[in-house]
Design a protein around this ligand. Structure first.
Ligand code: FAD
Ligand code: MLT
Ligand code: ZN
Length: 471
């Protein structure tokens, strides 16, 4: 064991400095199996002070650090590079719920808390922690904040950034910034919290957070509806926004192709709406009033939607388990894509008013350029966020298809995103996947500002180098 590893072991204990090939392998490949790196060691600290000491040691030795939560990110942000000179700092041992403040409606958690555990801890005290995504059983709150995760409740409660009131962060110098305040107002100069949220481990290491809680809804109704096109789907969204206002907590769009793929890999997840409609939309209403009140509202809005020819079919979940089945079907699209083989993800957003044009035009360009290509298009339509994912034509090996076509396909989609004034990353972040694309997308001035921030906060380029921006 070299001197550096001995010193690491002195800080956290030798059993928490993993170096054995078999022990570290699970930490070196990302969820999509797109990136595999190497590492000097995987370290598993238990306390903020230990992390501060690790960072100071790394700073003195010039060793860079890759923070890692559940390693479910889609952009390779938590995967080390191929040099073998980095350490992975995994948060799985920093998993305590520190406090639930019922009066302030906040929860304070360590960064390694699994998202679902935070939701359950909040629910146990009668609160809703609204961040919700398909990976919630394994992603961690530190990773959620570092990526500014979105998910299925954003249209009502906002993304991870909107839910965060305070942070504790270890800086690149090894200092501890204690910003763990549960304040809803704080105008004391630059917003350091917002700087670290969404920075993907490149500016500081998030060790704990104060997050907002909400009263737990007492009634929830979930429905699946069939629509013919995007234009009517957006009109339907607008109708629900107008009639249900803040009761609208979910509006997820799934194309026929997305659900056919899901059914092929998970036959028990077949779309309960028969006839393979072009679009199936999952809508959820939640409230703090009686079940009957929300049910009536839902029925009224659906009736109006039928009469205006916005929808052709609808099924309202009659119980919790059926509602969960609808959500599982939605969440299994990503898993079905993974089963199908490598695919090209585009996590994009455009203004809702531009979405119809974007999809029509991009679909046409894609199909003309890549005959037989499968467009697996679904997403958080309520936020204008599409997962415009591309799979190889049936019968074509996905790996060789991607090898030849990945770059031009990304260019095609991103050129369309620019044309429609959108963003090339709505919720998944940048990581290493979109590092190159970011410069052109943000523009020179914004990119230079981002580099200045990185240089000022991490002059040695120790924290997750070559992710988000390269300096
Ligand atoms: P990781 O993957 O471990 O890390 C992500 C980034 O954060 C890396 O750059 C890492 O270095 C950094 N990081 C991690 N922890 C810290 C820390 N404590 N301090 C500083 N930096 C840190 N994402 C969505 O936004 N919406 C979705 O709907 C969604 N659905 C998903 C469904 C599935 C099935 C899967 C597999 C993923 C999904 N994701 C989704 C992507 C992913 O789950 C999120 O990006 C999540 O926020 C990542 O959390 P994590 O703990 O796994 O982070
Ligand atoms: C989801 O919303 O399910 C994921 O963010 C999308 C994806 O797998 O591309
Ligand atoms: Zn998503």
């Amino acid at each position: 064991m070299n001197d550096f590893l001995v010193q690491l072991a002195q800080i956290i204990g030798i059993q928490y400095v993993l170096t054995d090939h078999e022990d570290i392998a699970p930490y070196l490949t990302d969820w999509r199996k797109r990136y595999t790196g190497k590492a000097l060691a995987v370290v598993l600290p238990r306390a903020t002070l230990e992390i501060a000491q690790i960072v100071s040691l790394c700073s003195s030795k010039g060793v860079s650090i890759v923070p890692q939560g559940g390693h479910t990110g889609f952009c390779g942000g938590a995967t080390p590079d191929a040099s073998g000179n980095q350490i992975v700092l995994n948060f799985k041992r920093m998993n305590s719920i520190l406090e639930i403040d019922a009066e302030n409606q906040t929860i304070t958690v360590e960064a390694g808390c699994i998202l679902q555990n935070v939701q359950e801890a909040a629910a146990g005290k009668g609160f809703l922690f609204p961040l919700s995504l398909g990976a919630e059983g394994s992603c961690m709150i530190g990773g959620n904040l570092a990526t500014n995760a979105g998910g299925t409740n954003v249209l009502r409660y906002g993304n991870a950034r909107d839910l965060c009131l305070g942070l504790e962060v270890v800086t690149a110098k090894g200092d501890i910034w204690n910003g763990l305040k549960g304040l809803r107002k704080d105008n004391t100069g630059y917003d350091l919290r917002d700087l670290f949220v969404g920075s993907e481990g490149t500016l500081g290491i998030i060790t704990a957070a104060v997050m907002k809680l909400y009263p737990l809804p007492i009634s929830q109704w979930t429905t699946l509806v069939a629509t013919d096109d995007i234009h009517s789907t957006i009109s339907l969204l607008n109708l629900f926004q107008k009639r249900a206002t803040s009761l609208l907590t979910g509006f997820e769009m799934m194309t026929h192709e997305s659900l056919a793929l899901t059914e092929r890999h998970f036959p028990h997840m077949a779309n309960p709406i028969k006839g393979s409609p072009p679009y199936t939309v999952l809508i959820e209403l939640s409230d703090h009033e009686s079940e009957a009140h929300v049910r009536q509202l839902l029925e009224d809005v659906l009736q109006e939607a039928f009469e205006s020819n916005l929808i052709s079919d609808a099924i309202i979940a009659s119980n919790l388990s059926q509602a969960q089945g609808f959500w599982h079907m939605r969440e299994h699209i990503t898993l079905a894509q993974a089963e199908e083989g490598a695919n090209l993800k585009h996590d994009i957003t455009v203004p809702l008013s531009a979405l119809d044009g974007f999809i029509r035009e991009t679909d046409a360009l894609m199909k003309a350029a890549y005959p037989g290509v499968r467009i697996i298009n679904f997403g958080h339509l309520g936020d204008g966020n599409l997962h415009y994912n591309i799979a190889a034509p049936k019968g074509v090996d996905p790996k060789s298809f991607n090898l030849t076509n990945e770059k031009p396909i990304h260019e095609l989609v991103y050129a369309q995103v620019e044309r429609y004034k959108g963003s090339i990353s709505a919720e998944h972040g940048v990581g290493q996947l979109k590092l190159e694309g970011l410069r052109a997308h943000k523009g020179e001035v914004a990119h230079e500002l981002m580099k200045s921030i990185k240089t000022a906060l991490d002059p040695q380029n120790l924290l997750n180098p070559h992710k988000v921006v390269s300096i």
